[in-house]
Design a protein around this ligand. Structure first.
Ligand SMILES: [Zn+2]
Length: 360
Protein backbone atom coordinates (compact mmCIF):
# COMPACT_ATOMS: atom_id res chain seq x y z
CA UNK A 1 0.00 0.00 0.00
CA UNK A 2 1.28 3.44 -0.89
CA UNK A 3 1.01 6.04 1.87
CA UNK A 4 -1.95 8.39 1.44
CA UNK A 5 -1.92 12.17 1.56
CA UNK A 6 -2.47 12.31 5.32
CA UNK A 7 0.33 9.84 6.05
CA UNK A 8 2.73 11.78 3.83
CA UNK A 9 1.73 15.08 5.41
CA UNK A 10 2.26 13.62 8.90
CA UNK A 11 5.97 13.35 8.07
CA UNK A 12 6.16 17.14 7.80
CA UNK A 13 6.14 19.48 10.77
CA UNK A 14 3.98 22.57 11.14
CA UNK A 15 5.73 24.78 13.72
CA UNK A 16 2.70 27.09 14.03
CA UNK A 17 0.30 24.21 14.52
CA UNK A 18 -3.18 24.94 13.20
CA UNK A 19 -2.77 28.72 13.52
CA UNK A 20 -3.86 30.76 10.49
CA UNK A 21 -3.81 34.54 10.02
CA UNK A 22 -7.22 36.15 10.48
CA UNK A 23 -8.62 37.76 7.30
CA UNK A 24 -7.05 41.20 6.92
CA UNK A 25 -4.48 40.53 9.66
CA UNK A 26 -0.91 39.31 9.54
CA UNK A 27 0.69 36.55 11.58
CA UNK A 28 4.41 36.77 12.38
CA UNK A 29 6.32 33.67 11.28
CA UNK A 30 9.94 34.85 11.66
CA UNK A 31 11.65 38.13 12.62
CA UNK A 32 10.38 40.74 10.15
CA UNK A 33 8.32 38.16 8.21
CA UNK A 34 4.51 38.19 8.34
CA UNK A 35 2.00 35.80 6.80
CA UNK A 36 -1.20 36.96 5.04
CA UNK A 37 -3.82 34.52 3.82
CA UNK A 38 -6.35 35.62 1.20
CA UNK A 39 -9.45 33.83 -0.05
CA UNK A 40 -9.65 32.68 -3.69
CA UNK A 41 -12.89 31.84 -5.53
CA UNK A 42 -11.45 28.58 -6.92
CA UNK A 43 -11.10 24.96 -5.81
CA UNK A 44 -7.73 26.22 -4.57
CA UNK A 45 -9.47 28.30 -1.91
CA UNK A 46 -6.66 30.53 -0.61
CA UNK A 47 -3.22 31.93 -1.30
CA UNK A 48 -0.52 32.88 1.18
CA UNK A 49 1.21 36.23 0.75
CA UNK A 50 4.14 37.56 2.77
CA UNK A 51 5.09 40.93 4.21
CA UNK A 52 8.78 41.51 4.85
CA UNK A 53 9.88 44.47 6.95
CA UNK A 54 12.08 46.61 4.73
CA UNK A 55 13.92 49.88 4.17
CA UNK A 56 14.29 51.46 0.72
CA UNK A 57 16.10 54.73 0.04
CA UNK A 58 15.99 55.52 3.75
CA UNK A 59 12.25 54.84 3.95
CA UNK A 60 10.74 52.33 6.37
CA UNK A 61 8.04 50.00 5.09
CA UNK A 62 7.29 46.58 3.68
CA UNK A 63 8.13 44.36 0.77
CA UNK A 64 5.02 42.42 -0.26
CA UNK A 65 5.54 39.00 -1.80
CA UNK A 66 2.73 38.00 -4.20
CA UNK A 67 -0.58 39.77 -4.69
CA UNK A 68 -3.79 37.69 -5.17
CA UNK A 69 -6.10 38.00 -8.21
CA UNK A 70 -7.45 41.32 -9.52
CA UNK A 71 -10.97 40.95 -8.13
CA UNK A 72 -12.71 43.52 -5.95
CA UNK A 73 -12.95 40.99 -3.11
CA UNK A 74 -9.17 40.68 -3.11
CA UNK A 75 -8.74 44.47 -3.11
CA UNK A 76 -11.07 44.62 -0.12
CA UNK A 77 -8.88 42.08 1.67
CA UNK A 78 -5.83 44.22 0.94
CA UNK A 79 -7.62 47.34 2.20
CA UNK A 80 -8.04 45.62 5.57
CA UNK A 81 -4.36 44.67 5.52
CA UNK A 82 -3.41 48.32 4.82
CA UNK A 83 -5.50 49.30 7.81
CA UNK A 84 -4.49 46.63 10.32
CA UNK A 85 -1.25 44.91 9.36
CA UNK A 86 1.21 47.52 8.06
CA UNK A 87 1.89 49.33 11.36
CA UNK A 88 1.12 52.59 9.50
CA UNK A 89 4.02 51.99 7.11
CA UNK A 90 3.88 51.90 3.29
CA UNK A 91 4.47 49.02 0.91
CA UNK A 92 7.78 49.86 -0.75
CA UNK A 93 7.97 47.16 -3.40
CA UNK A 94 6.12 44.14 -4.69
CA UNK A 95 7.94 40.87 -5.33
CA UNK A 96 6.09 38.32 -7.47
CA UNK A 97 7.26 34.70 -7.50
CA UNK A 98 5.64 33.93 -10.88
CA UNK A 99 3.05 35.02 -13.43
CA UNK A 100 0.05 32.92 -12.39
CA UNK A 101 -3.05 35.05 -11.72
CA UNK A 102 -3.26 34.40 -7.98
CA UNK A 103 0.32 35.66 -7.61
CA UNK A 104 0.52 38.63 -10.01
CA UNK A 105 -3.14 39.69 -10.39
CA UNK A 106 -3.04 42.79 -8.18
CA UNK A 107 0.62 43.73 -8.75
CA UNK A 108 -0.37 46.62 -11.02
CA UNK A 109 -2.92 47.91 -8.51
CA UNK A 110 -0.53 47.57 -5.56
CA UNK A 111 2.37 49.31 -7.32
CA UNK A 112 0.11 52.15 -8.41
CA UNK A 113 -1.49 52.41 -4.95
CA UNK A 114 1.88 52.75 -3.19
CA UNK A 115 3.75 54.92 -5.70
CA UNK A 116 4.08 58.52 -4.49
CA UNK A 117 5.96 61.61 -5.61
CA UNK A 118 8.79 60.52 -3.30
CA UNK A 119 8.82 56.79 -3.94
CA UNK A 120 8.27 54.43 -6.89
CA UNK A 121 6.78 51.16 -5.73
CA UNK A 122 8.21 48.70 -8.28
CA UNK A 123 7.40 45.15 -9.28
CA UNK A 124 10.28 42.67 -8.83
CA UNK A 125 9.91 39.53 -10.95
CA UNK A 126 11.84 37.33 -13.42
CA UNK A 127 12.05 38.81 -16.92
CA UNK A 128 10.48 35.70 -18.42
CA UNK A 129 7.41 35.82 -16.22
CA UNK A 130 7.07 39.56 -16.68
CA UNK A 131 7.08 39.22 -20.46
CA UNK A 132 4.65 36.32 -20.54
CA UNK A 133 2.31 37.97 -18.02
CA UNK A 134 2.24 41.09 -20.25
CA UNK A 135 1.42 39.00 -23.32
CA UNK A 136 -1.15 36.84 -21.54
CA UNK A 137 -2.98 39.78 -19.98
CA UNK A 138 -3.54 41.15 -23.50
CA UNK A 139 -4.35 37.93 -25.32
CA UNK A 140 -5.47 34.36 -24.97
CA UNK A 141 -2.13 32.72 -24.30
CA UNK A 142 -2.22 29.31 -22.74
CA UNK A 143 -5.46 29.22 -20.83
CA UNK A 144 -8.23 29.15 -23.44
CA UNK A 145 -9.22 30.20 -26.94
CA UNK A 146 -8.67 28.66 -30.36
CA UNK A 147 -5.04 27.53 -30.03
CA UNK A 148 -5.73 25.94 -26.64
CA UNK A 149 -8.70 24.03 -28.07
CA UNK A 150 -6.59 22.85 -31.04
CA UNK A 151 -3.84 21.75 -28.65
CA UNK A 152 -6.22 19.76 -26.45
CA UNK A 153 -7.81 18.19 -29.56
CA UNK A 154 -4.36 17.09 -30.76
CA UNK A 155 -3.87 15.44 -27.36
CA UNK A 156 -7.04 13.42 -27.77
CA UNK A 157 -9.72 15.58 -26.16
CA UNK A 158 -12.54 15.06 -28.67
CA UNK A 159 -15.66 16.10 -26.75
CA UNK A 160 -17.13 18.88 -28.92
CA UNK A 161 -18.84 20.48 -25.94
CA UNK A 162 -15.67 20.65 -23.87
CA UNK A 163 -13.67 22.03 -26.81
CA UNK A 164 -16.31 24.71 -27.36
CA UNK A 165 -16.01 25.73 -23.70
CA UNK A 166 -12.22 25.92 -23.96
CA UNK A 167 -12.56 28.13 -27.06
CA UNK A 168 -14.90 30.35 -25.06
CA UNK A 169 -12.45 30.79 -22.18
CA UNK A 170 -10.19 33.09 -24.18
CA UNK A 171 -10.34 35.86 -21.60
CA UNK A 172 -9.54 33.69 -18.58
CA UNK A 173 -6.15 35.28 -17.83
CA UNK A 174 -7.03 38.93 -18.63
CA UNK A 175 -10.05 38.66 -16.32
CA UNK A 176 -7.80 37.79 -13.41
CA UNK A 177 -4.82 39.91 -14.53
CA UNK A 178 -6.15 42.91 -16.47
CA UNK A 179 -2.86 44.84 -16.25
CA UNK A 180 0.82 44.27 -15.51
CA UNK A 181 3.22 47.07 -14.51
CA UNK A 182 5.24 48.13 -17.60
CA UNK A 183 8.36 48.68 -15.53
CA UNK A 184 9.92 46.06 -13.33
CA UNK A 185 13.08 45.11 -11.49
CA UNK A 186 14.49 41.88 -12.84
CA UNK A 187 15.03 38.88 -10.53
CA UNK A 188 17.55 36.28 -11.67
CA UNK A 189 18.77 32.93 -10.38
CA UNK A 190 21.61 33.42 -7.90
CA UNK A 191 20.77 37.09 -7.49
CA UNK A 192 20.47 38.58 -4.04
CA UNK A 193 17.96 41.01 -2.56
CA UNK A 194 18.57 42.92 0.62
CA UNK A 195 15.30 43.12 2.51
CA UNK A 196 15.31 44.84 5.88
CA UNK A 197 19.10 44.46 6.06
CA UNK A 198 18.99 40.71 5.44
CA UNK A 199 20.15 38.91 2.31
CA UNK A 200 17.59 36.85 0.38
CA UNK A 201 18.83 34.65 -2.46
CA UNK A 202 16.83 34.01 -5.64
CA UNK A 203 16.39 30.39 -6.71
CA UNK A 204 14.82 29.94 -10.15
CA UNK A 205 12.49 27.05 -10.82
CA UNK A 206 11.01 25.72 -14.04
CA UNK A 207 8.18 23.45 -15.11
CA UNK A 208 5.41 25.11 -13.07
CA UNK A 209 5.75 28.63 -14.45
CA UNK A 210 8.09 30.00 -17.13
CA UNK A 211 10.69 31.22 -14.59
CA UNK A 212 9.54 30.98 -10.99
CA UNK A 213 11.67 32.71 -8.35
CA UNK A 214 11.81 31.36 -4.78
CA UNK A 215 13.58 33.37 -2.08
CA UNK A 216 15.88 31.95 0.57
CA UNK A 217 17.15 33.88 3.59
CA UNK A 218 20.04 31.93 5.15
CA UNK A 219 20.18 34.21 8.19
CA UNK A 220 16.54 33.51 9.09
CA UNK A 221 16.53 29.93 7.79
CA UNK A 222 13.41 30.78 5.78
CA UNK A 223 12.47 29.78 2.23
CA UNK A 224 9.60 31.50 0.42
CA UNK A 225 8.93 28.54 -1.87
CA UNK A 226 6.05 30.00 -3.91
CA UNK A 227 4.38 27.14 -5.77
CA UNK A 228 7.55 25.09 -6.29
CA UNK A 229 7.27 23.18 -2.99
CA UNK A 230 3.83 22.87 -1.37
CA UNK A 231 3.15 20.77 1.74
CA UNK A 232 -0.08 19.01 0.80
CA UNK A 233 -0.90 19.28 -2.87
CA UNK A 234 1.57 18.48 -5.62
CA UNK A 235 2.57 21.46 -7.75
CA UNK A 236 0.77 21.61 -11.08
CA UNK A 237 3.22 20.72 -13.84
CA UNK A 238 1.61 21.11 -17.25
CA UNK A 239 2.38 21.44 -20.92
CA UNK A 240 0.43 24.33 -22.49
CA UNK A 241 -0.45 25.14 -26.08
CA UNK A 242 2.06 27.98 -26.23
CA UNK A 243 4.94 25.50 -25.82
CA UNK A 244 3.31 22.28 -27.07
CA UNK A 245 6.45 20.12 -27.09
CA UNK A 246 7.82 21.19 -23.69
CA UNK A 247 9.34 18.74 -21.22
CA UNK A 248 7.86 20.54 -18.20
CA UNK A 249 8.14 17.62 -15.79
CA UNK A 250 11.88 17.18 -16.35
CA UNK A 251 12.34 20.92 -15.83
CA UNK A 252 10.34 20.74 -12.60
CA UNK A 253 12.10 17.67 -11.18
CA UNK A 254 15.53 19.12 -12.01
CA UNK A 255 14.51 22.40 -10.34
CA UNK A 256 13.58 20.59 -7.11
CA UNK A 257 17.20 19.47 -6.79
CA UNK A 258 18.24 23.12 -6.43
CA UNK A 259 16.52 23.19 -3.02
CA UNK A 260 18.42 20.17 -1.68
CA UNK A 261 21.50 22.13 -0.49
CA UNK A 262 19.29 24.18 1.88
CA UNK A 263 19.51 23.26 5.59
CA UNK A 264 17.15 20.55 6.88
CA UNK A 265 15.65 22.90 9.47
CA UNK A 266 14.58 25.47 6.83
CA UNK A 267 11.15 26.95 7.51
CA UNK A 268 9.29 26.71 4.20
CA UNK A 269 6.68 29.37 3.46
CA UNK A 270 4.51 27.92 0.66
CA UNK A 271 1.89 29.78 -1.41
CA UNK A 272 -0.80 27.28 -0.43
CA UNK A 273 -1.08 25.39 2.85
CA UNK A 274 0.76 26.15 6.09
CA UNK A 275 4.42 27.00 6.82
CA UNK A 276 6.32 23.77 7.42
CA UNK A 277 9.66 22.14 8.01
CA UNK A 278 10.67 18.93 6.28
CA UNK A 279 11.80 20.36 2.94
CA UNK A 280 13.92 17.36 1.99
CA UNK A 281 11.20 14.88 2.95
CA UNK A 282 8.69 16.83 0.86
CA UNK A 283 11.00 16.95 -2.16
CA UNK A 284 11.42 13.18 -1.96
CA UNK A 285 7.63 12.75 -1.71
CA UNK A 286 7.16 14.83 -4.86
CA UNK A 287 9.78 12.81 -6.72
CA UNK A 288 8.16 9.55 -5.60
CA UNK A 289 4.74 10.84 -6.64
CA UNK A 290 5.90 11.62 -10.17
CA UNK A 291 7.93 8.39 -10.43
CA UNK A 292 4.74 6.43 -9.61
CA UNK A 293 2.70 8.37 -12.17
CA UNK A 294 5.41 7.88 -14.82
CA UNK A 295 5.45 4.13 -14.16
CA UNK A 296 1.66 3.98 -14.60
CA UNK A 297 1.82 5.99 -17.81
CA UNK A 298 4.62 3.84 -19.23
CA UNK A 299 2.68 0.68 -18.40
CA UNK A 300 -0.46 1.98 -20.10
CA UNK A 301 1.53 2.85 -23.24
CA UNK A 302 3.06 -0.65 -23.22
CA UNK A 303 -0.38 -2.20 -23.55
CA UNK A 304 -1.46 0.05 -26.44
CA UNK A 305 -0.57 3.45 -27.94
CA UNK A 306 -2.14 6.14 -25.75
CA UNK A 307 -3.04 9.79 -26.18
CA UNK A 308 -3.00 12.16 -23.20
CA UNK A 309 -6.79 11.83 -23.02
CA UNK A 310 -6.42 8.04 -22.82
CA UNK A 311 -4.05 8.55 -19.88
CA UNK A 312 -6.47 10.65 -17.78
CA UNK A 313 -8.29 7.70 -16.13
CA UNK A 314 -4.91 6.07 -15.44
CA UNK A 315 -3.51 9.12 -13.65
CA UNK A 316 -6.68 10.60 -12.14
CA UNK A 317 -8.99 8.04 -10.62
CA UNK A 318 -11.90 10.42 -10.02
CA UNK A 319 -14.42 12.35 -12.14
CA UNK A 320 -13.08 15.68 -13.43
CA UNK A 321 -14.99 18.84 -14.36
CA UNK A 322 -13.85 20.91 -17.36
CA UNK A 323 -11.45 23.11 -15.37
CA UNK A 324 -9.90 20.03 -13.75
CA UNK A 325 -9.83 18.25 -17.12
CA UNK A 326 -7.73 20.97 -18.73
CA UNK A 327 -5.27 20.90 -15.81
CA UNK A 328 -5.24 17.09 -15.87
CA UNK A 329 -4.62 17.07 -19.64
CA UNK A 330 -1.66 19.41 -19.19
CA UNK A 331 -0.29 17.10 -16.47
CA UNK A 332 -0.84 13.99 -18.60
CA UNK A 333 1.03 15.57 -21.53
CA UNK A 334 3.86 16.56 -19.15
CA UNK A 335 4.27 12.93 -18.01
CA UNK A 336 4.08 11.57 -21.58
CA UNK A 337 6.60 14.15 -22.75
CA UNK A 338 9.16 13.29 -20.07
CA UNK A 339 9.04 9.66 -21.24
CA UNK A 340 9.04 10.75 -24.90
CA UNK A 341 11.97 13.19 -24.54
CA UNK A 342 13.76 10.57 -22.42
CA UNK A 343 13.48 8.02 -25.23
CA UNK A 344 11.19 5.57 -23.40
CA UNK A 345 8.18 6.42 -25.58
CA UNK A 346 7.85 7.29 -29.25
CA UNK A 347 5.17 9.57 -30.58
CA UNK A 348 3.14 9.36 -33.76
CA UNK A 349 0.23 11.38 -35.07
CA UNK A 350 -2.85 9.62 -36.40
CA UNK A 351 -4.97 10.56 -39.42
CA UNK A 352 -7.36 11.99 -36.80
CA UNK A 353 -4.64 14.52 -35.84
CA UNK A 354 -4.14 12.99 -32.38
CA UNK A 355 -0.70 12.31 -30.91
CA UNK A 356 -0.32 8.80 -29.46
CA UNK A 357 2.61 7.45 -27.52
CA UNK A 358 3.90 3.87 -27.39
CA UNK A 359 6.93 2.24 -25.82
CA UNK A 360 10.10 2.60 -27.86
ZN1 LIG B 1 1.46 28.89 -9.76
Amino acid sequence: MQPDKEQLEARLHYPLGQALPEPGRALGVAPGVKWLRMALPFALDHINLWLLRDTQDGREGWTAVDCCIAHDAAKAQWDRVFEHALESLPILRVVVTHMHPDHIGLAHWLCQRWTTAQHDCHLWISATDHAIACTASQSTTGFGGETAAAFFASQGLTDADQLAQIRGRASYYPNLVPAVPRQYHRLMDGGQLTIGGRAWQCISGYGHAPEHIALHCPELGVLISGDMVLPRISTNVSVYDQEPEADALTLFLDSLDKFLPLPAATLVLPSHGKPFTGLHERIQQLKDHHADRLAEVLQACQAQPCSAADILPVMFKRPLDLHQTTFAMGEAVAHLHRLWHGGQLVRSRGVDGVFRFRTA
